[in-house]
Design a protein around this ligand. Structure first.
Ligand SMILES: NC(=O)c1ccc[n+]([C@@H]2O[C@H](COP(=O)([O-])OP(=O)(O)OC[C@H]3O[C@@H](n4cnc5c(N)ncnc54)[C@H](O)[C@@H]3O)[C@@H](O)[C@H]2O)c1
Length: 255
């Protein structure tokens, strides 16, 4: 069967591109013909990904960006504008806060909200300006099952729940401009973030086994499984999907 490229020539901004879900998405989107603009604070891994994608004839420009800093985001979107303007934005960057409310400091709260939620708001604002000019656009936000059901980290959950509400608000506001906005809620996915969370909780094999019991599919997910969902949402195959919250969680929230 002929290899169908689902994002041919689309300018796609992905945040948190240097590891985990962001990295898998950049590789997949580039294979589908996207012109990827990748943002991350990790310059070494971001540049190495850029090299890997270019070596396999894909297109990626890495821009070292702290997503919690609005002036750095403005520079990121200037790069996207120079490539023709953003068609797809994947707000993926995020950080975990492995603390209960009594241990969470003001600094922890601010960092969680700034990196996990404020970034989604301002990236979307900058992207929408360019998408309105193009008359079309797609925004995908990476939330979490922690935004839907209780988690042990309220500062993380609050930010992730905020992303779900923001997704619906933007979808309602900008549908008239042909801009679709959707949200993915992954369960536990095998990434460096999950490794850090599990190590923090003590004996890793025991914690893994205990947590996997909560998954009807009896395993954690893989970054490419979230990337494939993001690809569906980024492409015209999801042309009537907006304001949706799609769980990619092996059934975790079905119980
Ligand atoms: N892995 C999971 O189990 C899981 C579950 C649910 C939701 N998520 C969400 O998926 C997204 C990706 O998670 P992951 O597991 O791939 O994480 P990860 O930690 O493996 O990778 C995240 C990437 O984001 C980058 N990043 C962190 N802070 C940044 C900042 N201020 N500016 C720019 N880049 C920054 C990191 O350098 C890293 O490259 C996050 O939003 C996370 O909350 C992950």
């Amino acid at each position: 069967m002929k290899d169908v490229k689902r994002l041919e020539g689309k300018v796609v901004v992905i945040t948190g591109v240097a590891a985990g879900i962001g990295r898998a998405s950049a590789e997949l989107f580039a294979r589908h013909g996207a012109i990827v603009v990748g943002a991350d604070v990790d310059e070494k891994e971001g540049r190495s990904l850029e090299d890997t994608i270019k070596k396999s004839s894909g297109s990626m420009t890495f821009v070292r960006t702290d997503v919690s800093n609005v002036s750095e985001l403005e520079k990121l979107f200037e790069v996207a504008q120079g490539l023709g303007g953003v068609d797809v934005l994947f707000n993926n960057a995020g950080i975990e806060v492995s603390k209960g409310i009594m241990e969470t400091t003001e600094q922890d709260w601010d960092t969680s909200v700034n990196v996990n939620l404020k970034s989604v708001f301002f990236c979307s604002k900058l992207a929408i300006q360019q998408m309105k000019d193009k008359g079309k656009g797609v925004i995908i936000n990476n939330s979490s099952v922690a935004g839907l059901v209780g988690s042990f980290s309220p500062a993380y959950s609050a930010a992730k729940g905020g992303i779900i509400a923001l997704t619906k608000g933007l979808a309602a506001d900008f549908g008239q401009h042909n801009i679709r906005v959707n949200c993915i809620c992954p369960g536990a996915i095998e990434t460096p973030m999950l490794e850090r969370v599990i190590e923090f909780q003590g004996d890793p094999p025991e914690v893994r086994a205990m947590r996997q019991k909560n998954y009807p599919l009896a395993r954690f997910g893989y970054p490419h499984e979230v990337a494939q969902t993001a690809l569906f949402l980024a492409s015209d195959e999801s042309s009537f999907v907006t304001g949706a919250t799609i769980v990619v969680d092996g059934g975790f929230t079905s119980k």
